[in-house]
Design a protein around this ligand. Structure first.
Ligand code: CU
Length: 140
């Protein structure tokens, strides 16, 4: 009886170990408090605040993970990030919610908020471009 129990515990430990190495994009890895910091060399953050995307225009290299985080005050109606060309579409995000997508094909991708279509942004995916977050990181 001891051995199967031990094996089950070992499997749980292994699963926990693997999950620690998964990209953690929704559970504390990105918070509004940390959103002012560069996301890292392979990711870039867009903050949603004041019914606007910050920055509204972001240039990234192919393969960059683009992360949106809603930093509106509590109780503000939720926002989405929705590409006009269908490259990505988030669920409705309220304060603290995070959505991420890998940079779509090179070119300019316009996007907007479905509940508030006047909120607009643009992601430019360009070969050789350095994510703005990475550029800021490199200067520090
Ligand atoms: Cu909105």
């Amino acid at each position: 009886m001891r051995r199967p129990t031990f094996l089950a515990m070992a499997a749980c430990a292994a699963a926990a170990c693997f999950s620690e190495h998964e990209p953690d994009l929704s559970d504390g890895a990105f918070t509004c408090e940390r959103a002012e910091q560069p996301a890292g060399p392979d990711s870039a953050i867009v903050v949603i605040r004041g019914f606007a995307y910050e920055p509204a225009q972001l240039t990234v290299a192919p393969g960059t993970r683009i992360v949106w985080i809603n930093c509106e005050p509590e109780g503000t109606p939720g926002h989405t990030t929705t590409a006009e060309d269908g490259s990505w579409d988030s669920q409705t995000l309220v304060r603290g919610d995070v959505f991420s997508t890998e940079a779509p094909e090179p070119g300019a991708h316009e996007y907007f908020c479905r509940p508030h279509p006047f909120i607009r942004g643009q992601i430019v995916v360009a070969d050789g471009a350095l994510a703005q977050g990475a550029a800021r990181l490199a200067r520090r």
